[in-house]
Design a protein. Structure first.
Length: 380
């Protein structure tokens, strides 16, 4: 049962992988370790373990420090010994994930197609057992998951607009920018006092989409953003060839074991911000809120936008990201690894591992949670 729980946490990363053509994944194959005697003499699991350990040490921002790399490689003998008795790709993936345990980065993980399917089945079973059998918009039990990427409902009497934002991506049939314009226009027409943004089912996507939402809520030129630090690596150049020249220039300037701080993006001089919504905003955060959705919550908290209710986060406000997918050549095990470190806008709290809501709300009882929102934030 414990393995199933861990696998469900990996679904978000694997869905990112599935969205791409698996044949386009970069295969780990350029390691200098491939010429060593240990690699040549190893079984297929030992060979891929060697490639994996080298790639993690060379790519992940956490291991930019020499002492951390030394600690990482100190675990290699035990892993090599364990790989002598491993017989399945699934057991191998579990062993590699166990190696990553202290990293606290859910974007960096390993899985197999079989494990992904098992986790998906377990998640569906869990939903069914909890009484959730339909993913259509539920007008009676408003906070249950909807089938749509994003969906809103206006409740005139409590003067609430409920936005369920389930994925930071585009619904081609209803582009997000158009969707938001329509929603805020209807809110203005109905003189709606409260916007509820529910991201309890949102495990991420692209930051671009929550940025579109923030544009309607807060002056963009006053936003305090994340600070992004990039680790140049050989594996990154496999995806972004232009990084190789940047990497060489960075090292030529004397930077060793040092992350590259990416410059903040500039807002175009002719940028025209949408008219800001002036009512109160409530964000609903759950245990599945992750990645880009977690970034939205962090931006809201550190820029004092609205109120956050729900449960303690499973994401870290400062976190790793910019995922690079990979394939291990000898076992056909897949994974993803972070290449950037993002520091939250309020750097004085950058060491916090989780985010607490402003108000704790039990999201397991959907009806009670909605009733709480209506009574506390609805028009009296």
């Amino acid at each position: 049962m414990k393995k199933i729980v861990v696998l469900i946490l990996l679904i978000a990363g694997w869905q990112t992988i599935q969205a791409q053509n698996v044949s386009q994944f970069k295969t780990l194959k350029d390691s200098a370790y491939q010429t060593t005697a240990d690699y040549q003499a190893g079984n297929k699991y030992q060979k891929d373990a060697i490639l994996f350990m080298d790639m993690v040490a060379d790519t992940h921002p956490y291991y930019i420090k020499a002492e951390r790399r030394a600690e990482w490689f100190a675990k290699k003998p035990a892993l090599m010994e364990k790989c002598k008795t491993i017989e399945t790709a699934e057991d191998f993936a579990d062993a590699l994930n166990e190696m990553l345990g202290k990293l606290k980065d859910k974007h960096t993980s390993i899985t197999t197609k079989k494990q992904y399917q098992e986790a998906l089945i377990a998640e569906r079973k869990k939903l069914k057992e909890s009484g959730i059998t339909s993913f259509a918009p539920d007008r009676e039990h408003i906070m249950r998951p909807h089938a749509t990427v994003y969906d809103y409902q206006i409740f005139p009497e409590p003067s609430i607009c409920y936005l369920q934002f389930n994925k930071c991506t585009e619904n081609q049939a209803d582009p997000f920018a158009t969707f938001l314009d329509r929603m805020f226009a209807e809110m203005k027409e109905g003189n709606i006092n409260t916007l509820v943004v529910d991201v309890q089912y949102n495990n991420g996507g692209s930051d671009r989409y929550w940025n579109m939402l923030i544009e309607h809520l807060y002056p963009i030129r006053k936003i305090k953003p994340f600070t992004a630090y990039l680790r140049f690596s050989d594996f990154m150049t496999a995806y972004y060839p232009n990084v190789e020249a940047m990497k060489k220039n960075w090292e030529r300037e004397g930077h060793k074991d040092e992350l590259f701080q990416q410059p903040a993006g500039n807002i175009p001089a002719d940028y025209e911000q949408p008219k800001l919504y002036e009512g109160q905003v409530v964000f609903v955060m759950g245990t599945k809120t992750f990645s880009s959705a977690g970034n939205l919550i962090t931006i809201a908290r550190d820029n004092h936008i609205g109120t956050i209710i729900g449960t303690t986060s499973t994401f870290g406000p400062s976190h790793y990201g910019n995922v690079l997918p990979f394939r291990l050549p000898n076992t056909d095990v897949y994974g993803s690894i972070s290449s950037q470190f993002f520091v939250r806008p309020d750097e004085s709290k950058s060491d916090e591992l989780f985010m607490q809501p402003d108000i704790e709300v039990n999201l397991d009882d959907k009806d009670a949670a909605w009733q709480f929102i209506v009574e506390k934030y609805g028009k009296k």
